[in-house]
Design a protein around this ligand. Structure first.
Ligand code: ADP
Ligand code: MG
Length: 434
C-alpha cells in the first residue's frame, strides 16, 4: 500500500547536504578531455534533417547502417561538447550543486566515450558499438529529474530567463542526441531482425494510434493519481478515434502523460472528492484537420490519405489556472504543487538525503523503451510524481515544437482548462531539423 509522504526537502543545514557539496565541487576537465573537447567544440553540429535520418532506413542495408553509425560518431561528440561547454559556463555556485555536477560528470563520460571510439567499419564492429550506445542511453535515463532538481535548488542564483534559455537549449540538445542514438539503435535491431516491429522506420511509428497511446498513458496516470490524491477522474475520448499518424511514440507518450497528470490533478484537487465517480471526466478530442486548399495539389496526390497534422485537445474541469499564475506556467520549475503534496513514493525512496530527491521517477506502467524515463517513470521503487517538478508544461511544449508542432493552454478561470496539442505528422516533416 502506497502512503502519501512529503516530497524530499533539501535541508541545507544537514550534514549530508554539506558533505555532498564538498565532494561535488566541479572537477576541472582532465588534459585528455580538455584536448578532445577543444577539437570537437570547434565544429558546429552538421545541419541534419529528419528526412536525412529517415532515408537511412529506406532501404535498410549494411551500407546505410554504417552511414548511420558515422552520423552518430560525428554528431554525438559535437553536440555533447556544446552541452559540456554550456554546463561549464554556468555560475560557479550553480556548478557546485550536486545534481548539476553529476549531470556534467555524465556528459563528460559520454563525450569521452563517443569522441574516442574508433570509426565503425563493418557490421560486427557496429554490433558492439550499438550495444554500448544502448547502455549509455539507458544509464542516463534519469537525467531530466536530476537537472530539474538541480535548477529548482539554484533558482536564486540565476534569473528565470537565463535558466529558461539554458534549459531550452539543453533539453533540445538532449532530444536530438537521443533521437540520433535511438534511431541508430533501432535501425541496427531492424537489420538484425527484419520481422521485428512492423510499421516502424527506426524510432518512428508510421501508423501510431493516438487513442491507444492516450488509453495507455491514462491508465498509468489514473493509478498515480489514485495513489497520490486518493481518487482519479474518468477519461472520455472522442473525435477521430480511428486516426493514425507517423510520430515518435515516446515523444507522444511523454507529452500526453504530462498533460493528463495536470488535468487529473486539477480535477481531483478542485472537487475535493473522496470518490472517483463524482469527479467530472477529463475529455480528450482527437482531430485530423483537413488539408488546406493550397495543399490539394501535389501533397494530396502523393499522399491522399496521410494526414499532415494531428490535433489533440485535453479538456478538464479542474478550475483552470489562476490569472496570477498564467504568465509563469511555462517557466521551468514553476509549480503550484507545494513541497509536501502529490507525491506517491514507496518506502525505499527515502534513502539517501539530497541524492534521493532525484529519484522522482516511478513504476514501469507505461513504456518500456529507453526513453521511458522522460515521463518520470524510470525508477522501480515508487510510482512517480503527479506534479511538483514544474517541468511538465515547458518540456511538453518543447517536444511538441521539436518537429514543428505547438502546445497552448487556455484557461477558463473558475471552470477548467483546454490544452491544445498540435503535432506535425512526421511523414510530412522531412525538413524538420534535428
Ligand atoms: P507541475 O505539474 O509539476 O506543477 P507543470 O509544468 O506540469 O508542472 O505545470 C505547472 C503548473 O501549471 C501546475 O503546477 C499548475 O499550477 C498549472 N497547471 C498546468 N495544467 C493545469 C490544468 N490543467 N489545470 C490547472 N492548472 C494547471
Ligand atoms: Mg505537471
Amino acid at each position: 500500500m502506497l502512503s502519501r509522504r512529503p516530497v524530499h526537502c533539501f535541508r541545507p543545514w544537514s550534514r549530508k547536504f554539506i558533505s555532498s557539496y564538498l565532494c561535488r565541487t566541479p572537477e576541472p576537465a582532465s588534459p585528455e578531455l580538455a584536448q578532445l573537447l577543444a577539437t570537437h567544440a570547434q565544429h558546429a553540429p552538421q545541419p541534419l534533417t529528419l528526412g536525412s535520418l529517415l532515408s537511412l532506413g529506406r532501404p535498410l542495408t549494411s551500407e546505410s547502417i554504417l552511414a548511420s553509425a558515422q552520423i552518430v560518431q560525428t554528431e554525438m561528440p559535437r553536440r555533447l561538447a556544446m552541452r559540456i561547454r554550456s554546463l561549464e559556463g554556468l555560475p560557479f555556485i550553480v556548478g557546485t550543486n550536486p545534481h548539476i555536477a553529476r549531470i556534467l560528470e555524465g556528459f563528460r563520460k559520454n563525450f569521452l566515450w563517443s569522441a574516442s571510439y574508433p570509426p565503425i567499419t563493418n557490421i560486427e564492429e557496429n554490433s558492439v558499438f550499438t550495444s554500448q550506445l544502448e547502455n549509455l542511453v539507458r544509464d542516463h535515463a534519469n537525467d531530466i529529474p536530476t537537472i530539474a532538481k538541480g535548477f529548482q535548488e539554484c533558482q536564486r542564483y540565476m534569473s528565470a530567463e537565463a535558466i529558461s534559455s539554458f534549459l531550452d537549449a539543453a533539453i533540445r540538445n538532449r532530444i536530438a542526441v537521443r533521437l540520433i542514438a535511438e534511431q541508430h539503435v533501432a535501425l541496427t535491431h531492424a537489420l538484425n531482425n527484419p520481422d521485428g516491429l512492423q510499421d516502424h522506420l527506426g524510432v518512428i511509428d508510421m501508423n501510431l494510434s493516438p487513442v491507444k497511446m492516450l488509453k495507455m498513458c491514462a491508465s498509468f496516470v489514473a493509478e498515480l493519481c489514485e495513489a497520490s490524491l486518493g481518487a482519479s477522474p474518468s477519461l472520455i475520448i472522442d473525435g477521430h478515434t480511428e486516426a493514425r499518424f507517423a510520430y515518435v511514440p515516446v515523444h507522444l507518450e511523454y507529452v500526453v502523460t504530462e498533460l493528463l497528470k495536470n488535468a487529473f490533478r486539477a480535477t481531483v484537487e478542485r472537487h475535493h472528492s473522496g470518490s472517483s465517480t463524482s469527479l467530472p471526466p477529463v475529455q480528450v478530442t482527437v482531430s485530423l484537420p483537413s488539408a488546406p486548399p493550397s495543399m490539394s495539389g501535389l501533397a494530396q496526390i502523393t499522399s491522399p490519405t496521410r494526414p499532415r497534422m494531428l490535433h489533440i485537445r485535453i479538456r478538464d474541469r479542474g478550475g483552470g489556472v489562476a490569472p496570477v499564475h498564467i504568465p509563469h506556467i511555462f517557466a521551468y520549475s514553476f509549480t503550484t504543487a507545494g513541497r509536501n503534496a502529490v507525491h506517491a513514493l514507496a518506502d525505499e525512496d527515502e534513502l539517501d538525503g539530497p541524492y534521493a530527491a532525484q529519484h522522482v521517477g516511478g513504476g514501469a506502467a507505461v513504456g518500456s523503451d529507453l526513453f521511458g524515463e522522460i515521463a518520470g517513470k524510470g525508477v522501480q521503487t515508487g510510482m512517480g510524481t503527479i506534479a511538483g517538478l514544474g517541468f511538465g508544461l515547458p518540456m511538453s511544449r518543447l517536444y511538441a515544437q521539436y518537429f514543428g508542432g505547438s502546445l497552448e493552454l487556455f484557461s477558463l478561470d473558475g471552470w477548467g482548462c483546454d490544452v491544445l496539442l498540435k503535432l506535425r505528422c512526421l511523414d510530412h516533416a522531412e525538413d524538420a531539423e534535428i
